[in-house]
Design a protein around this ligand. Structure first.
Ligand code: HEM
Length: 839
């Protein structure tokens, strides 16, 4: 008792603490943000929404922007303003430049990797580095040196890819491009060969790994509120990051020391080609500021700026060319026309040597294709600044000091109001006028940023990308390898929770987008009936292997004998399963009515388990939906066990006629004969049958009424033969099942209505209302039996009545249960056909 009390106290305190923390967070997020004030951008959610959509973040932003050009997400401290309005971007990046900084928040996260480099510093520090770097980047010597490096590495890349194509192998071109650009930027930055592409330099390989991992780990900090604590404790990703950074810093420091020593030796050589050598010369003028650490930060910033950006853009470029073979051919033609390789056409070295500066200038179509790639797939999809004082944007919206302002290059590329109705199409031609490239306003095409902090390496990047892509397109044509490893992610299981009231429509919406999709869950889940064990026990729905085969055989056998034919009115499913008339319709059997309600409740609460991650805890504590489920299950079990007990006793009494009949007829009796099953096993078997029958039959009848209200075909003689001739009725019922499948989660949303007067059969893999291959419920009820049972009921109903919805305008909704039930029942009005005739 004491232990229980202690556990209870701990749980209560933990829940209370969580509640207090949660409330404090909610208050912090929502208070003082002028949420309803129309002068501020509209609020579309909190920053936590981005976590939910992390895998498709930029598309999520695009959807938001289609509703509001400028919107807000609330963060615990401030607001985050997102905009695609070019006027706002010009204001932030140019007109009111001094009011917008990189911000303390970004600096805290990035300093470990970027140090005091140009990317994250503001004010005087930035101005000094920018001035120096701009000067160096404009020097002819750096330009020529970088071009020769790009050519050499492009030739190496062609050689590596040639090996793959010779052996008809598939390969990851993005990984190769990453290595190629790192080799180039390292050589240009430090004058050192890293040889990552060839993989010959073990230290180089280690460096690239540490570098890539650090980038990723630093980015993760944006999503991990505990990163500072982890860094302090030196645990998890932060421990790995610290290790990686140590390796990177040691590596670069060694390069700087070697270079310094080399420069002392070669004092008279002024032809310093790489960036580090040029900065080292500069450092002599101001050794106090330009320490080794300062130089390390500068060079590392250039590497981070130049490596992934160009490699990623080139990868997207290859992707769009694979998708648009015509554009691929246009680019290849332009390259062939512009590059007049003097001697041997097939020599890679000759070819790359012919890609001169002049040739690059002539390649307008290639330039347009690369720019169009960046428009739709910008290497920096979202970028931002922090407001230093309160301000008003040109679109009229205000922002407060400390607010983040983000401009979304990815979303902007997809905005019809910026690029026209064909914004989402890949069209290099939009950049060309009479074959000549036409630049756009940098506040509209913001891939390289704009204003005083526009990308310093823009021309540098274009040169590298043009050399590499011209060589690749000239020597190879590419096809995408179609195999995808995983299905696309449609969302998280929490989306199911949010959409529980329209669960099946929500899933139909997703199915419209992706034929097959995944929902991410905190734990591994199977969509089968694992969570329904309490309800289905060891019955046919929940078991596999031997147990399933045994039950399947016995039930299928019964149907083959035709025992159950024409016995599947709603109540008679129970009669078929357990040989008892429930009369839930007539209401004469109170126990039967209770049992009927309990099975519905059990079905609904069991479905809830699929979306409720806490169901196990609730079951352990016996609270909420689980307490309800337990109660309903008790009703179901009591009923079932009582029955099994009395049936066993009856069966053991010899010479009773009715008992002999039962022995042949109902499922329970058959199982009592065929197996030496325990009462629990018998309960599970019969309950599965009843749940399937109840859910399936009742619901199809109900939805069937709505769908087939104007069927006129009728036969007075209700023989098996006559039913077989009712093709229209059969088709109408089948169509009802197609749109309202009794087991909704297995439905396929393809259209397949009545095409001939004689209902034609459709592939069961397309029309899956009656599952296929593994026999439930097709062999459990038998598809034929199931339909003819409905037809039987409907024939009687429609012979004597016409049916109308009581309120034609009211939309019929479903109730989320394991089967697709109509919420609140189906309220109809019936008219006797005789009355109508007389009238
Ligand atoms: C496709 C290739 C590239 C793209 C799309 C790109 C894009 C950008 C963007 C968006 C920024 C602004 C970042 C910010 O201030 O928030 C930037 C800055 C910068 N980029 Fe690039 N970049 C590319 C290649 C390069 C290369 C190859 C280099 C140099 C080797 C480079 C050097 C820089 C530098 C130094 C800055 C900082 C400018 C400053 O803050 O004043 N970039 N780039």
């Amino acid at each position: 008792m004491d232990i229980l009390y202690a556990v209870f106290c701990i749980i209560t305190i933990a829940v209370l603490l969580l509640f207090i923390l949660f409330s404090a967070l909610v208050l912090r997020i929502f208070i003082g943000k002028s949420i309803r004030n129309l002068s501020y951008p509209p609020v579309v959610g909190t920053v936590f929404d981005q976590l939910f959509y992390f895998n498709r973040l930029y598309d999520y932003q695009t959807e938001m922007v289609k509703r509001h050009k400028t919107f807000r997400l609330l963060a615990p401290d401030q607001s985050e303003i997102y905009t695609t309005e070019p006027r706002n971007i010009e204001h932030i990046l140019k007109t009111n430049f001094s009011n917008y900084s990189k911000g303390q928040y970004n600096q805290d996260i990035l300093t470990d990797l970027f140090g005091q480099g140009i990317f994250i510093v503001d004010g005087e520090k930035w101005r000094q580095q920018r001035k120096l770097a701009s000067f160096e980047f404009s020097m002819r010597v750096l330009r020529d040196f970088s071009c020769s490096v790009f050519r050499k590495n492009a030739a190496k890349l062609v050689g590596t890819i040639y090996e793959f194509s010779k052996n008809n192998q598939v390969f990851d071109i993005q990984a190769l491009l990453m290595r190629c650009t790192l080799d180039s930027i390292f050589k240009v930055g430090f004058g050192v060969e890293l040889n990552c592409l060839e993989g010959s330099n073990a230290e180089g390989n280690e460096f690239i790994k540490a570098f890539d991992d650090s980038n990723e780990l630093v980015y993760w900090r944006y999503a991990d509120p505990l990163w500072k604590l982890k860094r302090y404790l030196n645990i998890g990703g932060e421990a790995t990051l610290i290790k990686n950074l140590k390796f990177i810093h040691n590596f670069v420091d060694k390069v700087i020391r070697t270079k310094r020593a080399q420069m002392v030796k070669e004092q008279h050589c002024n032809d310093k080609e790489d960036i580090l050598s040029r900065f080292l010369v500069e450092s002599k003028k101001d050794p106090g500021t330009m320490t080794d650490q300062y130089l390390r930060d500068i060079i590392l910033n250039f590497m981070i700026a130049g490596k992934d950006t160009t490699a990623n853009t080139l990868s997207w470029f290859i992707y769009v060319l694979c998708k648009n073979p015509l554009i691929q051919e246009n680019v290849a033609q332009e390259v062939r026309r512009v590059i007049r390789s003097p001697q041997n056409e097939d020599s890679v070295d000759n070819f790359v040597e012919s890609i001169t500066d002049e040739a690059l200038e002539e390649m307008h179509y290639l330039h347009a294709t690369l720019t169009e790639t960046l428009r739709l797939y910008p290497a920096v999809p979202v970028d931002g600044r922090c407001a230093e004082t309160d301000d008003t944007l040109p679109d009229g919206f205000k922002l407060k000091k400390g607010d983040g302002v983000y401009y979304m290059a990815y979303a902007m590329g997809r905005m019809a109001y910026i690029w026209g109705d064909d914004a989402e199409e890949f069209k290099p031609e939009r950049w060309l006028k009479n074959g000549t490239f036409q630049p756009e306003s940098p506040f509209k095409f913001v891939a390289f940023n704009a204003g005083p902090r526009i990308c310093l390496g823009k021309d540098f990047a274009y040169r590298q990308m043009k050399i590499v892509s011209a060589a690749l397109v000239h020597f190879f044509s590419r096809k995408l390898q179609g195999k995808k490893k995983y299905h696309p992610i449609g969302g998280t299981v929490f989306n199911q929770l949010l959409n529980f009231h329209r669960l099946h429509d929500y899933m139909a919406d997703l199915a419209g987008k992706y034929k097959t999709y995944r929902l991410i869950a905190p734990f591994r889940r199977t969509l089968q009936l694992r969570h329904s064990g309490d309800l289905f026990g060891d019955g046919i729905f929940a078991v596999d292997g031997h147990k399933w085969r045994e039950q399947e055989k016995c039930q299928a056998l019964s149907f083959l004998q035709g025992i159950f034919f024409m016995k599947s009115t709603f109540d008679s499913i129970s009669e078929v399963a357990i040989g008892v008339e429930l009369d839930s319709l007539g209401g004469s059997n109170e126990e039967g009515a209770k049992f009927s309600v309990a099975t519905d409740d059990v079905s609904m609460t069991t479905l809830w388990r699929y979306v409720d991650v806490l169901w196990k805890l609730k079951r352990a504590l016996n609270v909420g939906s689980e307490a309800k489920l337990k109660k309903s299950l008790q009703v179901v079990d009591e009923f079932a066990y009582k029955l099994i007990h009395s049936r066993t006793q009856q069966m053991n009494m010899p010479g009773n006629d009715s008992v002999m009949r039962m022995k042949k007829d109902d499922l329970l009796s058959r199982f009592l004969q065929l197996t030496d099953a325990t009462p629990k096993y018998l309960r599970d078997i019969t309950m599965n049958f009843i749940i399937a029958g109840k859910g399936g039959e009742e619901i199809k009848d109900a939805t069937g009424c709505k769908e087939v209200a104007d069927i006129s075909e009728f036969s007075a003689c209700l023989t098996e033969e006559a039913l077989g001739k009712m093709h229209y009725l059969h088709a109408a019922l089948t169509e009802t099942l197609r749109i309202y499948p009794a087991v909704a989660v297995k439905s396929s949303n393809q259209r397949d209505g009545l095409t001939k007067t004689v209902a034609s059969s459709t592939s069961p893999f397309k029309f899956t209302a009656f599952q296929v291959s593994r026999g439930w419920p097709s062999s459990l009820f038998g598809e034929g039996l199931c339909l003819s049972a409905d037809e039987d009921i409907l024939v009687y109903l429609l012979r004597f009545f016409t049916v109308k919805l009581s309120d034609e305008r009211k939309a019929v909704k479903y109730r989320p249960m394991l089967t697709l039930a109509i919420d609140g029942g189906l309220i109809v009005r019936t008219f006797h056909r005789m009355d109508q005739k007389t009238a």
